[in-house]
Design a binder for this molecule. Sequence first.
Ligand code: 13P
Length: 263
Amino acid sequence: MNTTRRKLVIANWKMHLNTSQASLLLHRLHERIKIHRDIEVVLAPSMLVLQPLSMQIDRRKFRLAAQNAFYKDEGAFTGEVSFTMLRDLVHYVIIGHSERRIHFHESYEEIAQKVAAAVRNGITPVLCVGETQEERHNGETKQVLHDQITTALSHLTAAEVEQVVIAYEPVWAISTFGGELAKPDDIQRQFEFIRHQIAELYTKKASKAVRVLYGGSVDDQLAGGYLQIPGCDGVLVGSASLNYHKFSGIIDAAYRVQNSAKE
Ligand code: 13P
């Protein structure tokens, strides 16, 4: 189903690594990772580290993502960085991560504004969706995904939706929120539901084009299995992306899965 879409591996470094630590990790990854045309490797460091890393990065191997940005292009918004400021620096911006929804109370409307601002500035949004443990136990997973997707994409046209990346990250599976391992069958069901939503709201073309990732306790041992789930276009990696052995193992797994799909 997804053999034409390149596998996407995103390292979300969250609020870890200062400039020299990030530079060292990039250096080690650079030595270890080959140029793979069939997979895309994206690093999402802290805002502070984006600029220095962009000078060091080999663009044949890596792309950059921001972990957040503010939706106004410019103005009196102390402490914020806009998508406009990031447009020459990053290809992607992570939007609506559960840590931002939970710790920083980002609302559905704010997330929708951020998705629209990313697209307006030529940056690909990586929209994170996923239910909490409580919502899962209450049988609300589909409703939550439906609400998160419909609101977040509400300012986009079908053609714009085709460019979006959606990361399904059940909150209960994130290592720092519990780290329970999600079952591949369940993930596949949610992937199908996400694509079904896009087809219903927009077009079949958009639902086929949109890239859907999985995130939540992905490491080098589990990555291959997750990447083989039908409809899985890649992984969004948190803690394992801070360890270069583990992260390069994940990239190797993506490469193997992508190559076996082509055969
Ligand atoms: P972990 O891989 O540490 O579970 O984090 C997942 C995540 O939140 C990536 O955005």
